[in-house]
Design a protein around this ligand. Structure first.
Ligand code: ATP
Length: 369
């Protein structure tokens, strides 16, 4: 493994910011740390960069324990949400700064200038090279900050919520740009975000964290489709997450939800580590795009062996563009469904109606409580 975090724990007095955090990053991999505020994402980066020391555990980069190295010798580049460009320097001088006052290696003036030219081309800012930061838009400033951190060829690039100060459209455009740069240069990136959509869109793998601990590590599809815990199921993606109970196990898992609806699903619908036991509570996840909703008059709402039927009342229809999202309340809990706007947009006139949400057996996911 190129970069390894081994049983990393960090305490600040009474606060445990990280507990036993262990994961690895391959060379040229893009890994996101995803979790709510205060879960320990930034602390992980600060320990890697050497700005904080772990209480216990260690970090290895290419097999070498980083605790032996001061921050300036680690080869870790950092970009923060609030980029600190030097206001009195031009764009080109800002990017060149890390090269001339280099940390990983020292570059001659001519080498430095040709690297700056190449980076300016890559971030599409060559014509603005003589401007000062105050003469740039927020998105342009952030691109300069990224180019500046890339200039000295860091062994690992850490990006801490680099886009969260920007508007939604710019965020989407810049995240594509960051991904393109990462691929072109073969960069190893650790990317911190609390935005699940951003993490899923940009990463090779996602590390989901909460309260200083890792809950799941996987590809975007794995954490979305097979969340390992109830927290991950609720934090990532949209869906109905219902309170359920295991009735029986064997070749299949039989469960019931609080409304009484019961169903048998294949054992591989279970996303947890150790198998569930009869009587255990579990979370029943139905992703919003995989359920079908009918007005109850249209169809009988009972479950059968191929689908789980949940009745409810249509509370809200949100128009999202191509799709609409339905918010439904029912005896099993709050339900969410999405469907093409062309099919259900007109349901805005049916608020308060009885509806039935159907989940097919293979689309049900059961998660540890
Ligand atoms: P955010 O998304 O809000 O930046 P985060 O996931 O990056 O959050 P951290 O900044 O790593 O979270 O903080 C983890 C925990 O450690 C939090 O409870 C925080 O209050 C605490 N913490 C961080 N730095 C210190 C410090 N210097 N002294 C005391 N507690 C700290």
């Amino acid at each position: 493994m190129y970069l390894s975090f081994e049983q990393l724990t960090k305490r600040y007095g009474e606060v445990t910011a990280l507990q036993d955090v262990t994961f690895g990053v391959e060379r040229s991999e893009f890994v996101s740390l995803l979790g709510p505020s205060g879960c320990g994402k930034t602390t992980t980066l600060l320990l890697l960069a050497g700005f904080e020391q772990p209480t216990s555990g260690r970090i290895l980069l290419e097999g070498r324990d980083l605790s032996e190295l001061p921050p300036e010798k680690r080869g870790v580049g950092m970009v923060f949400q609030h980029y600190a460009l030097f206001p009195h320097m031009t764009v080109a001088e800002n990017i060149a700064f890390g090269l001339v006052h280099g940390v990983t290696k020292r570059f001659s003036r001519s080498e430095a200038m040709s690297r700056v030219d190449r980076l300016l081309d890559m971030i599409d800012l060559a014509p603005l090279r003589k401007r000062k930061p105050a003469e740039l838009s927020a998105g342009q400033q952030q691109r300069v900050a990224i180019a500046r951190s890339l200039a000295p060829e860091p062994r690992v690039l850490c990006l801490d919520e680099p886009l969260s100060a920007l508007d939604a459209l710019l965020r989407e455009r810049l995240r594509l740009e960051i991904r393109r740069l990462q691929r072109e240069l073969g960069l190893t990136v650790l990317y911190v975000t609390h935005d699940q959509e951003e993490a899923l869109a940009i990463s090779d793998r996602v590390v989901v964290m909460n309260q200083g601990k890792i809950l799941q590590i996987g590809t975007p599809w794995e954490v979305y489709d097979r969340p390992a815990t109830r927290f991950v199921a609720g934090f990532i993606g949209k869906g109905s997450l219902l309170d359920g109970e295991v009735v029986a196990t064997g070749g299949q898992i039989v469960f019931k939800v609080t409304s009484g609806a019961k169903m048998a699903v294949p054992a591989d619908c279970w996303c947890g580590a150790s198998p569930p036991r009869a009587g255990h509570r579990l979370g029943v996840l139905l992703r919003s795009e995989r359920v079908r909703v009918t007005l109850s008059n249209d169809e009988d709402g009972r479950s059968d062996s191929s689908r789980l039927g949940l009745s409810g009342r249509l509370e809200e229809v949100e128009f999202l563009g191509a799709q609409c999202r339905l918010q439904i309340s029912g005896p099993a809990g709050n339900l969410v469904a999405t469907a093409p706007a062309a099919e259900i947009g007109a349901w805005q006139a049916r608020l308060g109606s009885k509806v039935t949400v159907f989940g097919r057996v293979d689309d049900v996911r059961l998660v540890p409580w």
